[in-house]
Design a binder for this molecule. Structure first.
Ligand code: OGA
Ligand code: NI
Length: 349
């Protein structure tokens, strides 16, 4: 395993591979057969759709729909969330523009595994690991003082500041609902996240066209390590799949919807009443795909463990206490390897 200081091998930008015109992808991107998209069952249902305006109009029904989504699916699409359509569209376009900048502009922001901030093409530092077919830009937004914003496109920062405020607002709204739905005081989960110091960071994902999409993945199966994630999918091309039982569901994005999913820290805090579900991204031979994942997380030094009200003699604490920082360091070393991460943590303690 490489150290956390630098990448174990020279980083290859996936966009360059895609644009090379080669019809064969390098071996390092070829997944073992059981992980390939073609060898898995697909099913045609969609994840629940939650109308957030219902919190005012039909509160009880909306609360119970959210509860079911958190328990059974770990995923839902939020509509009527109050973020203006125009802003959402600008956010999507701005990252597409960024990824279309010349390579030398993007390379100025090349990241290292120490913080991951900036432009990158790899998650995890294990030498010889099988890689994913994507590039990304990772940023810390809150509560950190300085953020490594790209200077181009020039209005990226303003648009993202505006959108980030909306994400922080939605994070607070949903944590209240999630708390109430567990029978807890409304501010319980927000306090567990560190109150106003809850963290927010984002990853814009760029999945270039891939000549052999059946052999690889844009993003390997993983669960999100943080609190919850707000995802803006690409409206032109699908790609996100979530695991439900032994099948994969391809998410069909709702117009102006934001996809929300429960992360590992909410699974731990809820003592596994809420599920942090595995998901992955498949790539496409004809279309590139751009998405923006916004992660709403506990403050780094918060000790995360099942909320005491949810621990009973019938249902003991399923997870040992661990700070979010410790947990994240583990995940960042290993890369996106799905729920195995959580399970191996449990057996270490
Ligand atoms: C992620 C993620 C899904 C997508 O960034 O963690 O799951 O559709 N992204 O890009
Ligand atoms: Ni994810």
């Amino acid at each position: 395993m490489g150290s956390m200081g630098d990448w174990p091998e020279p980083v290859v930008c996936v966009q360059s591979l895609s644009e090379s015109g080669n019809h064969v992808i390098p071996d390092q991107y070829i997944k073992p057969p059981p992980e390939r998209p073609s060898t898995c069952n697909l099913t045609d249902t969609n994840i629940p759709i939650i109308d957030l305006a219902g919190l005012v109009d039909s509160r009880e029904e909306t609360m119970s729909r959210i509860l079911e989504a958190c328990r059974e699916w770990g995923f839902f699409q939020l509509v009527n969330h109050g973020v203006k359509t125009d802003l959402v569209d600008r956010v999507r376009e701005i990252w597409r523009e960024f990824f279309h900048e010349p390579m030398d502009v993007k390379k100025k922001y090349a990241n290292s595994p120490k913080t991951y901030e900036g432009f990158g093409s790899r998650l995890g530092v294990e030498k010889g690991a099988i890689l994913d077919w994507s590039d990304y830009y990772y940023l810390n937004y809150h509560p950190f003082g300085h953020t490594k914003w790209p200077a181009d496109p020039p209005y990226l920062r303003d648009v993202m500041e505006e959108y980030s405020k909306e994400i922080l607002r939605l994070g607070e709204v949903l944590l209240k609902v999630f708390s109430r739905n567990l029978g807890l005081k409304e501010d319980c989960l927000q306090n567990a996240f560190g109150g106003k110091d809850a963290g927010a960071c984002l990853r814009a994902n760029y999945y270039p066209k891939c000549p052999q999409p059946d052999l690889t993945l844009g993003l390997s199966s993983h669960s999100d390590p943080g609190g919850m994630t707000f995802l803006l999918p690409d409206m032109r091309v699908s790609g996100l799949q979530i695991r439900k039982d032994d099948q994969w569901i391809t998410v069909k994005p709702e117009p102006n919807g934001i996809i929300v999913n429960i992360g590992d820290q909410l699974q731990v805090l809820s003592n596994a009443i809420y599920k942090s579900v595995e998901h992955r991204v498949v790539v496409n031979p004809d279309e590139e795909r751009v998405s923006l994942a916004y992660f709403y997380n506990p403050r780094n030094d918060m000790l995360i463990q099942p909320v005491s009200e949810l621990v009973t003699s019938n249902r003991p604490a399923l997870y040992p206490p661990m700070t979010f920082e410790e947990y994240r360091r583990f995940i960042r070393t290993k890369g996106p390897k799905g729920k195995l991460q959580v399970d191996s943590l449990k057996s270490q303690n």
